[in-house]
Write a protein that binds this ligand. Structure first.
Ligand code: NAG
Length: 239
């Protein structure tokens, strides 16, 4: 066993009495300025668990789902096979299928501040540029080879090729994508997300397939395209 011993202090910094209040003040100032902007994950649970009561006869709207009586909780509330089977990737044009744990298929995750997703990819399947407003995401490639990446708020892109067993983090709220670079073989990844309800906003769909649509003129100016382009993109995206 290795025991870490603290190295002996090599130098004593001499601090003048007038410097102490200044540094304290600085710390306090830093604390006060950083505090309001602190990024918070989902609220911490106030009890051991709050198994989602998805069968509540009276719908009430809370920040999360209402809790089932704790004495009625069973192990099934904490177990799911939702991610055990591959999703069908043939039924959509992107060649992907995303399966997510939710308070419905895994009621025990209510208030725990996390969720998981399984993503199945056909050859060249793509999860298009999108963001999760409430969650950071860590993904592990379990099968195949994926090209993943995100763009930060300065417009810088970070991309990486992931082989089976390799992981990547998508920081909270940033636009990111996952792409199966192989045209023949399928691929599969599992993600952990730091919210029970991460939310997903796909950039292309938010712009061109919202209901009701964003005024055409806005899209023409914003994307520097003409009315035909807007119509074509809308049609392609099912908007
Ligand atoms: C995902 O796969 C499931 C299970 O095969 C299927 O029922 C569902 O329609 C698929 N969803 C999409 C969007 O392709």
């Amino acid at each position: 066993m290795h025991i870490y011993t603290q190295p002996k202090a090599q130098k004593l910094h001499i601090i003048s009495a007038t410097m102490i209040p200044t540094s304290l003040l600085l710390h306090l100032l830093l604390y006060l300025t950083l505090q309001p902007g602190r990024v918070k994950s989902d609220p911490d649970p106030l009890q051991d668990y709050c198994v989602a009561d998805t069968k509540s006869p009276h719908p009430i709207f809370l920040n999360g789902a209402p809790c089932k009586d704790p004495t009625l909780a069973t192990v099934a509330d904490f177990t799911t096979s939702a991610l055990s089977e591959s999703g069908d990737t043939r039924t959509n044009q992107l060649g992907i299928n995303v399966t997510l744990t939710t308070t419905t298929n895994l009621p025990g995750l209510n208030t725990m501040g996390l969720a998981m997703a399984r993503i199945d990819f056909a050859g060249r399947g793509v999860v298009p540029p999108h963001a999760h407003p409430r969650a950071s995401e860590v993904t592990i490639c379990l099968e195949g080879v994926l090209l993943v990446g995100f763009v930060d708020t300065s417009g810088r892109v970070f991309t990486q090729e992931l082989h089976a067993g390799e992981s990547f983090v998508f920081p909270k709220g940033l636009i990111h994508f996952l792409y199966n670079i192989d045209s023949e073989s399928s691929a599969m990844a599992v993600s952990g997300l730091s919210s029970q309800n991460p939310g997903t906003q796909i950039a292309s769909l938010a712009s061109f397939a919202s209901k009701p649509p964003i005024p055409e003129e806005v899209l023409e100016r914003a994307f520097r395209i003409n009315a035909q382009d807007v119509a074509r993109i809308r049609k392609n995206l099912g908007g």
